[in-house]
Design a protein around this ligand. Structure first.
Ligand SMILES: *Cc1c(COP(=O)(O)O)cnc(C)c1O
Length: 376
């Protein structure tokens, strides 16, 4: 498209559309959404809701629909109360509704955190390999992005963290636990020490926490003691509700209050609130497949190891495995066999989400078959 003839002040040469300088030529984020039989690429829960849950959600939506002429509850009171009750069980200590915040996916929660606590002249820090969306939130919130490194075995490197915190004084530290894409969880000592040395907030992104192995802690347990800790969660993964778009966090009330300043008014639609609240009433059933998925994850790790791959120990519903000279070629070979996984993480590694037992069998068969075509 060419520039309108009588546009306002010129923005420079070849500047239509008038995108921010740093956004020019940037591809929108997103894994390929391909219609293939076995989809193991975005860490979804493979089990759809039961008829009973579908009916209850539909009933809640019908009720919400009868008041759609009005704006929704800006403070999403009922939903916050439901989320607080759910987290209280997980945390082993009471979490109150004013310690809970929610938005359209934890992607939006995270952007709001960067908008409130980052911004021009400020820095956000993470440690690679880490979630590939973080640098995008930082960019969108005009926050300087710095990524340190983890150890080669993907465990947390505290010397590196101390050095980066000293040097950059980040107002936000973002760390997934279990980490995406490696599956590595953080011990309590790391979270506590980071919170002690951080000049700003420390966000522990527990998108996959419900899948953690027995004995792996949740940072929620530390909330009462750490005023700069934010623990984020989502209904997209274990909760089997990715399509509803509901992410949330727990933190001190003063941090939740700060996020109210940057959220758009009525950011959570009445329909979203109704769906999420109805789903929470069925938490036991929606989370009912988590144990099965954890067992399937452990079996997948064992199988990959027995086949001679390098495998990162995982507390999540995915497994990072390698290493391949040409991972893109292997990914394509799997796709040709109807199995979609993900090219992500350090060079040479691939990530597979845990699906049903039948899907994992298809993955294993396709992988064995594909490896005959690709030299690794
Ligand atoms: C999937 C994922 C999320 C969840 O995103 P939603 O917007 O809640 O769907 C958050 N953090 C990490 C690290 C993830 O992998």
């Amino acid at each position: 498209m060419s520039a309108p003839v009588s546009a306002g002040a010129p923005l420079g040469t070849s500047t239509w559309p008038p995108l921010r300088e740093e956004l020019r030529g940037v591809e929108p984020y997103g894994a390929p959404q391909l219609d293939v039989p076995v989809q193991l690429n975005v860490n979804e829960n493979p089990y759809p809701p039961s008829r009973k849950v579908v009916d209850d959600i539909a009933g809640a939506v019908t009720l919400a629909a009868s008041t759609l002429n009005r704006y929704p509850d800006r403070e999403f009171t009922e939903l916050r109360t439901g989320l607080a009750a759910y987290l209280t069980k997980e945390a082993g200590a009471p979490i109150t509704p004013d310690q809970v915040w929610a938005a359209n996916g934890s992607n939006e929660v995270m952007l709001q955190i960067l908008q409130a606590f980052g911004g021009p002249g400020r820095t956000a820090v993470s440690f690679a390999p880490t979630y590939s969306m973080y640098p995008e939130y930082a960019r969108d919130a005009m926050t300087t992005w710095v990524a340190g490194r983890r150890h080669d075995d993907f465990s947390f490197d505290f010397d590196e963290a101390r050095r980066l915190v000293d040097q950059h004084q980040p107002s936000v530290i973002l760390l997934p636990s279990p980490n995406n894409p490696t599956g590595t969880a953080l011990p309590h000592e790391v979270v506590s020490e980071l919170c002690a040395i951080a000049p700003g907030v420390v966000v522990i992104d527990e998108a996959y926490a419900e899948f953690r192995r027995a004995g792996t802690p949740s940072a929620l347990e530390l909330l009462p003691d750490l005023r700069n800790l934010i623990v984020s969660r989502t209904m997209s993964k274990a909760f089997a509700l990715a399509g509803a778009r509901l992410g949330y966090l727990a933190a001190a009330p003063e941090l939740c209050d700060a996020l109210r300043v940057v959220r758009l008014p009525y950011h959570l639609s009445a329909v979203t609130q109704a769906v999420a609240s109805a789903a929470l009433r069925h938490a036991d059933e929606l989370l009912g497949k988590v144990d099965e998925l954890r067992a399937e994850r452990d079996r997948t790790v064992e199988w990959l190891e027995a086949e001679g791959f390098e495998v990162a120990p995982s507390d999540a519903n995915f497994v990072l495995f390698g290493r391949f000279d040409d991972r893109a070629a292997l990914w394509q070979q799997l796709l040709d066999r109807g199995v979609l996984i993900r090219v992500t993480g350090p060079e040479g590694w691939l990530r597979v989400s845990i699906g049903t037992a039948a899907e994992m069998t298809a993955f294993k068969d396709a992988l064995r078959d594909a490896l005959r075509e690709v030299t690794t």
